[in-house]
Write a protein that binds this ligand. Structure first.
Ligand code: SF4
Ligand code: SF4
Length: 140
């Protein structure tokens, strides 16, 4: 990984990569994410939720089908790329990663976009992480 000056990160998502989509974990949707994805797929929000979402009191996450981590991951990439949920859009600028050099470097071992591309001020990365706080208030 190239050296990064203090106070900066480097990140540029790599074309064709889907490694973060293949990681084990859940994909959480905000209410707005759910509506946007439903509209994109020309479904009602209710029908989208019934088919794809497992809802608990405070959270909505994608149902998993068998061993597939995300039902929207296809050989061509994310089939809802234009409206992908907030956590996917903001990755890797998640509060837990941006706030910890150790976590950031650990993620860099499997995300080939970390350490690539232009310098990003840590403050800008923190702003993106704040959006995660707002989108998923019960997580952080
Ligand atoms: S964020 Fe990282 S792991 Fe995910 S697609 Fe981009 S480069 Fe790959
Ligand atoms: S919604 Fe799209 S970007 Fe998010 S995990 Fe699924 S395939 Fe990847």
């Amino acid at each position: 990984m190239p050296e990064t000056p203090d106070g900066f990160l480097r990140f540029e998502c790599q074309r064709g990569c889907v490694k973060c989509c293949e990681r084990e974990g859940y994909v959480y949707f905000t209410e707005a994410d759910l509506r946007n994805a439903a509209e994109h797929l020309k479904m009602t929000a209710k029908a989208f939720e019934k088919k794809y979402i497992y809802r608990t009191r405070h959270q909505r996450r994608l149902r998993k089908l068998g061993k597939q981590q995300c039902v929207f991951l296809t050989p061509e990439g994310c089939s809802i790329h234009d409206v992908k949920p907030t956590q996917c859009r903001l990755f890797p600028f998640w509060p837990t990663l941006v706030a910890s050099t150790r976590e950031w470097n650990s993620t860099a071992k499997w995300c080939p976009g970390i350490g690539q591309g232009p310098l990003i001020q840590i403050g800008s990365a923190m702003e993106a992480a704040d959006e995660m706080h707002e989108a998923y208030p019960t997580f952080f």
